[in-house]
Design a protein around this ligand. Structure first.
Ligand code: NAD
Ligand code: IPM
Ligand code: MN
Length: 368
Protein backbone atom coordinates (compact mmCIF):
# COMPACT_ATOMS: atom_id res chain seq x y z
CA UNK A 1 0.00 0.00 0.00
CA UNK A 2 1.41 3.36 -1.03
CA UNK A 3 1.01 5.97 1.68
CA UNK A 4 1.99 8.83 -0.57
CA UNK A 5 4.60 10.40 -2.77
CA UNK A 6 7.78 12.17 -1.69
CA UNK A 7 10.16 14.22 -3.81
CA UNK A 8 13.80 13.77 -2.78
CA UNK A 9 16.11 16.74 -3.41
CA UNK A 10 19.50 15.76 -1.93
CA UNK A 11 21.47 18.79 -3.19
CA UNK A 12 25.14 19.38 -2.42
CA UNK A 13 27.91 18.54 0.03
CA UNK A 14 26.66 16.38 2.89
CA UNK A 15 23.07 16.71 1.56
CA UNK A 16 23.18 13.42 -0.41
CA UNK A 17 25.09 11.69 2.42
CA UNK A 18 22.50 12.40 5.12
CA UNK A 19 19.56 11.83 2.74
CA UNK A 20 20.79 8.31 2.07
CA UNK A 21 19.98 7.40 5.67
CA UNK A 22 16.39 8.64 5.19
CA UNK A 23 16.14 6.37 2.17
CA UNK A 24 17.09 3.42 4.35
CA UNK A 25 14.37 4.29 6.89
CA UNK A 26 11.85 4.55 4.04
CA UNK A 27 13.00 1.07 2.94
CA UNK A 28 12.40 -0.16 6.48
CA UNK A 29 8.86 1.27 6.48
CA UNK A 30 8.28 -0.27 3.07
CA UNK A 31 9.11 -3.72 4.48
CA UNK A 32 6.35 -3.11 7.02
CA UNK A 33 3.84 -2.41 4.23
CA UNK A 34 4.14 1.36 4.69
CA UNK A 35 5.46 2.22 1.27
CA UNK A 36 6.17 5.63 -0.16
CA UNK A 37 6.68 6.39 -3.81
CA UNK A 38 10.00 8.23 -3.84
CA UNK A 39 10.85 10.53 -6.75
CA UNK A 40 14.21 12.23 -7.01
CA UNK A 41 15.64 15.29 -8.70
CA UNK A 42 18.51 17.76 -8.40
CA UNK A 43 18.65 21.10 -6.64
CA UNK A 44 21.31 23.71 -5.85
CA UNK A 45 24.81 23.28 -7.25
CA UNK A 46 23.94 19.77 -8.44
CA UNK A 47 21.05 21.19 -10.49
CA UNK A 48 23.28 23.95 -11.83
CA UNK A 49 25.67 21.27 -13.15
CA UNK A 50 22.84 19.24 -14.67
CA UNK A 51 20.35 21.87 -15.87
CA UNK A 52 22.28 25.17 -15.72
CA UNK A 53 19.98 26.52 -13.01
CA UNK A 54 19.71 25.81 -9.23
CA UNK A 55 16.03 24.89 -9.63
CA UNK A 56 14.71 23.76 -13.00
CA UNK A 57 11.10 24.66 -13.87
CA UNK A 58 10.40 20.97 -14.35
CA UNK A 59 11.71 20.20 -10.84
CA UNK A 60 9.57 22.95 -9.38
CA UNK A 61 6.55 21.56 -11.23
CA UNK A 62 7.22 18.13 -9.71
CA UNK A 63 7.53 19.66 -6.23
CA UNK A 64 4.22 21.49 -6.69
CA UNK A 65 2.51 18.38 -7.95
CA UNK A 66 3.87 15.95 -5.34
CA UNK A 67 3.59 18.53 -2.56
CA UNK A 68 5.89 16.78 -0.06
CA UNK A 69 9.62 17.38 -0.36
CA UNK A 70 12.58 15.94 1.53
CA UNK A 71 15.45 18.38 1.11
CA UNK A 72 19.14 17.79 1.92
CA UNK A 73 21.29 20.92 1.71
CA UNK A 74 22.69 23.22 -0.97
CA UNK A 75 25.77 25.33 -1.53
CA UNK A 76 29.49 25.02 -2.21
CA UNK A 77 32.38 27.45 -2.56
CA UNK A 78 32.70 27.02 -6.34
CA UNK A 79 29.20 28.49 -6.81
CA UNK A 80 29.68 31.53 -4.58
CA UNK A 81 30.85 33.72 -7.46
CA UNK A 82 27.99 32.83 -9.83
CA UNK A 83 25.48 35.54 -10.75
CA UNK A 84 22.97 35.95 -7.92
CA UNK A 85 20.06 34.10 -9.59
CA UNK A 86 22.25 31.05 -10.30
CA UNK A 87 23.50 30.56 -6.75
CA UNK A 88 22.45 27.22 -5.17
CA UNK A 89 20.70 29.02 -2.29
CA UNK A 90 18.32 30.67 -4.78
CA UNK A 91 16.98 27.21 -5.67
CA UNK A 92 15.97 26.69 -2.06
CA UNK A 93 14.43 30.16 -1.70
CA UNK A 94 12.42 29.74 -4.90
CA UNK A 95 11.07 26.40 -3.70
CA UNK A 96 9.94 27.92 -0.39
CA UNK A 97 8.30 30.86 -2.14
CA UNK A 98 6.62 28.97 -4.99
CA UNK A 99 5.32 26.23 -2.69
CA UNK A 100 3.96 28.90 -0.34
CA UNK A 101 5.80 27.44 2.66
CA UNK A 102 5.39 30.39 5.00
CA UNK A 103 5.59 28.55 8.32
CA UNK A 104 8.98 27.14 9.28
CA UNK A 105 8.94 24.98 12.41
CA UNK A 106 12.41 24.64 13.93
CA UNK A 107 12.17 22.68 17.16
CA UNK A 108 15.22 22.75 19.44
CA UNK A 109 15.00 19.69 21.68
CA UNK A 110 17.72 18.37 23.92
CA UNK A 111 17.97 14.58 24.03
CA UNK A 112 18.79 13.48 27.61
CA UNK A 113 21.99 11.77 26.45
CA UNK A 114 23.22 14.99 24.82
CA UNK A 115 22.62 17.44 27.66
CA UNK A 116 26.35 17.34 28.38
CA UNK A 117 27.34 17.70 24.72
CA UNK A 118 26.04 21.27 24.65
CA UNK A 119 28.45 24.15 24.94
CA UNK A 120 25.99 25.54 27.51
CA UNK A 121 25.90 24.30 31.10
CA UNK A 122 24.00 21.01 31.46
CA UNK A 123 21.40 22.39 33.89
CA UNK A 124 20.54 25.19 31.43
CA UNK A 125 19.68 22.81 28.59
CA UNK A 126 18.52 19.59 30.28
CA UNK A 127 14.94 18.92 29.16
CA UNK A 128 14.91 21.87 26.75
CA UNK A 129 12.04 21.77 24.26
CA UNK A 130 11.42 24.99 22.40
CA UNK A 131 9.86 25.71 19.03
CA UNK A 132 11.23 28.49 16.89
CA UNK A 133 8.60 29.43 14.35
CA UNK A 134 10.23 31.33 11.51
CA UNK A 135 8.24 33.23 8.87
CA UNK A 136 9.70 31.85 5.64
CA UNK A 137 8.33 33.55 2.52
CA UNK A 138 8.55 37.25 3.36
CA UNK A 139 10.76 39.85 4.95
CA UNK A 140 14.20 40.87 3.78
CA UNK A 141 14.71 37.61 1.85
CA UNK A 142 12.15 38.67 -0.76
CA UNK A 143 11.37 42.39 -0.28
CA UNK A 144 11.69 44.82 -3.22
CA UNK A 145 13.71 46.77 -4.19
CA UNK A 146 16.81 44.62 -3.94
CA UNK A 147 20.09 44.44 -5.81
CA UNK A 148 23.42 46.18 -6.24
CA UNK A 149 23.48 49.43 -8.21
CA UNK A 150 26.24 51.66 -9.52
CA UNK A 151 26.34 55.21 -8.24
CA UNK A 152 27.47 58.16 -10.41
CA UNK A 153 30.58 58.67 -8.28
CA UNK A 154 31.80 55.13 -8.96
CA UNK A 155 30.58 53.78 -5.64
CA UNK A 156 28.12 50.91 -5.45
CA UNK A 157 25.05 50.52 -3.29
CA UNK A 158 23.62 47.20 -2.08
CA UNK A 159 19.91 47.16 -1.25
CA UNK A 160 17.72 44.66 0.56
CA UNK A 161 14.26 45.58 1.75
CA UNK A 162 12.41 44.28 4.78
CA UNK A 163 8.67 44.17 4.06
CA UNK A 164 5.79 42.59 5.97
CA UNK A 165 2.03 42.93 5.48
CA UNK A 166 -0.56 42.46 8.22
CA UNK A 167 -1.75 39.35 6.35
CA UNK A 168 1.70 37.74 6.48
CA UNK A 169 2.20 38.60 10.16
CA UNK A 170 -1.23 37.43 11.20
CA UNK A 171 -1.02 34.05 9.47
CA UNK A 172 2.36 33.19 11.02
CA UNK A 173 1.24 34.43 14.46
CA UNK A 174 -1.84 32.23 14.18
CA UNK A 175 0.33 29.17 13.58
CA UNK A 176 2.38 30.19 16.63
CA UNK A 177 -0.67 30.45 18.91
CA UNK A 178 -2.07 27.14 17.63
CA UNK A 179 1.27 25.39 18.23
CA UNK A 180 1.51 26.90 21.73
CA UNK A 181 -1.92 25.57 22.69
CA UNK A 182 -0.63 22.03 22.06
CA UNK A 183 2.61 22.66 23.98
CA UNK A 184 3.47 25.01 26.84
CA UNK A 185 0.81 27.59 25.93
CA UNK A 186 3.34 30.42 25.77
CA UNK A 187 4.31 32.59 22.79
CA UNK A 188 7.23 35.01 22.65
CA UNK A 189 6.93 37.30 19.63
CA UNK A 190 10.34 38.58 18.54
CA UNK A 191 11.11 41.68 16.41
CA UNK A 192 12.81 45.04 16.71
CA UNK A 193 9.81 47.32 17.16
CA UNK A 194 12.18 49.86 18.70
CA UNK A 195 13.91 50.57 15.38
CA UNK A 196 11.98 48.93 12.53
CA UNK A 197 8.62 49.78 10.98
CA UNK A 198 8.02 46.13 10.17
CA UNK A 199 8.70 45.48 13.87
CA UNK A 200 6.08 48.00 14.96
CA UNK A 201 3.50 46.49 12.62
CA UNK A 202 4.51 42.98 13.71
CA UNK A 203 3.96 43.74 17.41
CA UNK A 204 0.68 45.58 16.78
CA UNK A 205 -0.69 42.77 14.61
CA UNK A 206 0.30 39.97 16.99
CA UNK A 207 -1.27 41.88 19.90
CA UNK A 208 -4.51 42.38 18.01
CA UNK A 209 -4.82 38.72 17.03
CA UNK A 210 -4.07 37.69 20.62
CA UNK A 211 -6.77 40.03 21.97
CA UNK A 212 -9.32 38.79 19.45
CA UNK A 213 -8.76 35.02 19.46
CA UNK A 214 -5.98 33.74 21.71
CA UNK A 215 -6.32 35.35 25.13
CA UNK A 216 -5.87 31.91 26.71
CA UNK A 217 -2.26 31.80 25.44
CA UNK A 218 0.41 33.65 27.40
CA UNK A 219 1.99 36.24 25.07
CA UNK A 220 5.09 38.35 25.54
CA UNK A 221 7.14 40.52 23.19
CA UNK A 222 10.92 40.64 23.02
CA UNK A 223 13.49 42.52 20.95
CA UNK A 224 15.54 40.20 18.75
CA UNK A 225 18.92 41.21 20.18
CA UNK A 226 17.72 40.49 23.71
CA UNK A 227 16.24 37.18 22.50
CA UNK A 228 19.62 36.09 21.13
CA UNK A 229 21.12 36.80 24.55
CA UNK A 230 18.26 35.11 26.43
CA UNK A 231 18.62 31.95 24.30
CA UNK A 232 22.19 31.61 25.53
CA UNK A 233 21.45 32.79 29.10
CA UNK A 234 18.32 30.79 29.92
CA UNK A 235 16.81 28.96 26.91
CA UNK A 236 14.21 27.11 28.99
CA UNK A 237 12.22 30.33 29.56
CA UNK A 238 10.82 29.92 26.03
CA UNK A 239 8.07 27.73 24.62
CA UNK A 240 7.17 29.03 21.13
CA UNK A 241 9.20 31.87 19.61
CA UNK A 242 7.51 33.45 16.60
CA UNK A 243 9.67 35.70 14.48
CA UNK A 244 10.51 36.95 11.00
CA UNK A 245 12.55 35.30 8.26
CA UNK A 246 15.99 36.70 9.06
CA UNK A 247 15.75 36.78 12.85
CA UNK A 248 14.40 33.20 12.72
CA UNK A 249 17.40 32.11 10.67
CA UNK A 250 19.86 33.55 13.19
CA UNK A 251 18.02 32.51 16.34
CA UNK A 252 17.58 28.90 15.21
CA UNK A 253 21.31 28.44 14.57
CA UNK A 254 21.95 29.90 18.02
CA UNK A 255 19.37 27.59 19.62
CA UNK A 256 21.03 24.64 17.87
CA UNK A 257 24.01 24.85 20.18
CA UNK A 258 21.80 24.15 23.18
CA UNK A 259 21.04 20.77 21.58
CA UNK A 260 24.70 19.91 21.13
CA UNK A 261 25.15 20.48 17.40
CA UNK A 262 23.66 22.03 14.30
CA UNK A 263 23.63 18.42 13.11
CA UNK A 264 20.73 17.74 15.50
CA UNK A 265 18.25 20.44 14.39
CA UNK A 266 15.37 19.41 12.07
CA UNK A 267 12.79 21.60 10.38
CA UNK A 268 9.46 21.54 8.62
CA UNK A 269 8.33 24.24 6.21
CA UNK A 270 4.55 24.19 5.82
CA UNK A 271 2.02 25.93 3.61
CA UNK A 272 -1.62 26.79 4.22
CA UNK A 273 -4.11 23.90 3.94
CA UNK A 274 -5.72 23.75 0.51
CA UNK A 275 -9.38 23.03 -0.29
CA UNK A 276 -9.14 19.31 0.60
CA UNK A 277 -7.25 20.04 3.82
CA UNK A 278 -3.80 18.98 2.55
CA UNK A 279 -0.83 21.27 3.08
CA UNK A 280 2.41 21.31 1.18
CA UNK A 281 5.51 20.58 3.19
CA UNK A 282 9.26 20.61 2.76
CA UNK A 283 11.43 18.95 5.37
CA UNK A 284 15.10 19.68 5.81
CA UNK A 285 17.85 19.83 8.39
CA UNK A 286 18.59 23.37 9.58
CA UNK A 287 22.27 22.92 8.72
CA UNK A 288 23.89 23.51 5.34
CA UNK A 289 26.08 21.48 2.98
CA UNK A 290 29.02 21.52 5.45
CA UNK A 291 31.77 21.71 2.78
CA UNK A 292 34.42 21.26 5.49
CA UNK A 293 33.36 17.66 6.14
CA UNK A 294 31.60 16.72 2.86
CA UNK A 295 32.63 13.52 1.09
CA UNK A 296 34.05 11.89 4.21
CA UNK A 297 30.95 10.01 5.35
CA UNK A 298 31.13 11.53 8.83
CA UNK A 299 28.21 13.99 8.83
CA UNK A 300 25.55 13.62 11.48
CA UNK A 301 22.37 12.31 9.74
CA UNK A 302 20.12 12.81 12.79
CA UNK A 303 18.84 16.31 11.91
CA UNK A 304 17.69 14.90 8.57
CA UNK A 305 16.18 11.77 10.12
CA UNK A 306 14.36 13.95 12.66
CA UNK A 307 13.12 16.09 9.75
CA UNK A 308 11.77 12.93 8.12
CA UNK A 309 9.98 12.16 11.41
CA UNK A 310 8.40 15.62 11.13
CA UNK A 311 7.28 14.67 7.59
CA UNK A 312 5.63 11.49 8.90
CA UNK A 313 3.84 13.63 11.50
CA UNK A 314 2.80 16.71 9.54
CA UNK A 315 2.36 15.45 5.98
CA UNK A 316 1.16 11.88 6.53
CA UNK A 317 -0.42 11.90 10.01
CA UNK A 318 1.75 8.92 10.95
CA UNK A 319 2.31 10.12 14.51
CA UNK A 320 3.01 6.66 15.85
CA UNK A 321 5.78 6.02 13.31
CA UNK A 322 7.19 9.52 13.90
CA UNK A 323 7.32 8.83 17.66
CA UNK A 324 8.95 5.48 16.94
CA UNK A 325 11.70 7.11 14.87
CA UNK A 326 12.29 9.90 17.44
CA UNK A 327 12.51 7.28 20.20
CA UNK A 328 14.90 5.09 18.18
CA UNK A 329 17.22 8.09 17.76
CA UNK A 330 17.03 8.77 21.51
CA UNK A 331 18.02 5.18 22.29
CA UNK A 332 20.96 5.22 19.86
CA UNK A 333 22.24 8.30 21.69
CA UNK A 334 21.59 6.66 25.09
CA UNK A 335 23.83 3.80 23.96
CA UNK A 336 26.67 6.24 23.42
CA UNK A 337 26.91 6.31 19.62
CA UNK A 338 28.16 9.68 18.35
CA UNK A 339 29.14 11.28 15.08
CA UNK A 340 32.12 13.63 15.35
CA UNK A 341 30.09 16.80 15.90
CA UNK A 342 28.51 15.44 19.12
CA UNK A 343 31.46 13.28 20.20
CA UNK A 344 32.16 13.22 23.94
CA UNK A 345 34.81 11.42 26.01
CA UNK A 346 34.03 7.73 26.52
CA UNK A 347 31.49 7.56 23.69
CA UNK A 348 31.68 5.49 20.51
CA UNK A 349 32.48 7.46 17.38
CA UNK A 350 30.51 6.37 14.31
CA UNK A 351 30.19 7.33 10.67
CA UNK A 352 27.06 8.63 8.93
CA UNK A 353 26.01 5.18 7.73
CA UNK A 354 26.88 3.46 11.03
CA UNK A 355 24.60 5.95 12.75
CA UNK A 356 21.87 5.08 10.23
CA UNK A 357 22.41 1.36 10.81
CA UNK A 358 22.09 1.86 14.57
CA UNK A 359 18.80 3.72 14.11
CA UNK A 360 17.45 0.90 11.91
CA UNK A 361 18.45 -1.63 14.56
CA UNK A 362 16.52 0.31 17.21
CA UNK A 363 13.54 0.55 14.86
CA UNK A 364 13.63 -3.25 14.52
CA UNK A 365 13.87 -3.60 18.30
CA UNK A 366 10.84 -1.35 18.75
CA UNK A 367 8.67 -3.96 17.03
CA UNK A 368 9.54 -6.86 19.31
P1 NAD B 1 26.82 24.69 7.55
O1 NAD B 1 25.57 24.48 8.31
O2 NAD B 1 26.93 23.95 6.27
O3 NAD B 1 28.08 24.30 8.47
C1 NAD B 1 28.40 24.99 9.68
C2 NAD B 1 29.29 24.09 10.55
O4 NAD B 1 28.50 23.04 11.12
C3 NAD B 1 30.40 23.39 9.79
O5 NAD B 1 31.56 23.31 10.58
C4 NAD B 1 29.85 22.00 9.53
O6 NAD B 1 30.83 21.00 9.39
C5 NAD B 1 28.99 21.77 10.76
N1 NAD B 1 27.86 20.89 10.43
C6 NAD B 1 26.73 21.25 9.78
N2 NAD B 1 25.93 20.20 9.62
C7 NAD B 1 26.55 19.15 10.18
C8 NAD B 1 26.20 17.77 10.32
N3 NAD B 1 25.05 17.25 9.85
N4 NAD B 1 27.08 16.95 10.94
C9 NAD B 1 28.23 17.44 11.43
N5 NAD B 1 28.61 18.73 11.33
C10 NAD B 1 27.78 19.58 10.70
O7 NAD B 1 26.95 26.26 7.32
P2 NAD B 1 28.03 27.11 6.47
O8 NAD B 1 29.37 26.46 6.56
O9 NAD B 1 27.86 28.49 6.90
O10 NAD B 1 27.52 27.02 4.97
C11 NAD B 1 28.00 26.08 4.00
C12 NAD B 1 27.14 26.14 2.75
O11 NAD B 1 25.84 25.67 3.06
C13 NAD B 1 26.94 27.54 2.19
O12 NAD B 1 26.95 27.45 0.79
C14 NAD B 1 25.57 27.96 2.70
O13 NAD B 1 24.93 28.91 1.89
C15 NAD B 1 24.86 26.65 2.66
N6 NAD B 1 23.72 26.53 3.58
C16 NAD B 1 22.67 25.82 3.09
C17 NAD B 1 21.58 25.57 3.91
C18 NAD B 1 20.47 24.77 3.35
O14 NAD B 1 20.61 24.16 2.30
N7 NAD B 1 19.33 24.68 4.02
C19 NAD B 1 21.58 26.03 5.23
C20 NAD B 1 22.68 26.75 5.70
C21 NAD B 1 23.76 26.98 4.86
C1 IPM C 1 18.60 28.02 6.28
C2 IPM C 1 19.67 28.56 5.37
C3 IPM C 1 19.04 29.31 4.21
C4 IPM C 1 18.37 30.56 4.75
C5 IPM C 1 19.97 29.70 3.04
C6 IPM C 1 20.84 28.58 2.57
C7 IPM C 1 19.16 30.24 1.90
O1 IPM C 1 20.58 29.34 6.10
O2 IPM C 1 17.71 27.31 5.80
O3 IPM C 1 18.66 28.27 7.49
O4 IPM C 1 19.03 31.60 4.95
O5 IPM C 1 17.16 30.50 4.96
MN1 MN D 1 20.30 29.23 8.28
Amino acid sequence: AELGRILFLPGDGIGPEVMEEVRRVIGWLDRRQMGFEVHEDSVGGAAYEKYGTPLADDTLAKALEIGTVMFGAVGAAQYDTLPFHLKPEQGLLRLRKELGLFANLRPAMVFPALAEASTLKTELVEGLDIMILRELTGGVYFGEPRGIEELPDGQKRGIDTQVYTTFEIERIARVGFELARKRGNKVTSVEKANVMHTGILWRETVKRLHEAEYQDVELSHMYADNCAMQLIRAPKQFDVIVTDNLFGDLLSDAAAMATGSLGMLPSAALGAPDADGRRKGMYEPVHGSAPDIAGQGIANPLATLLSFAMMLRYSFDLDEEADRLDAAIGRVLDKGLRTGDIMQPGMTKVSTSEMGTAVLKELDASLS
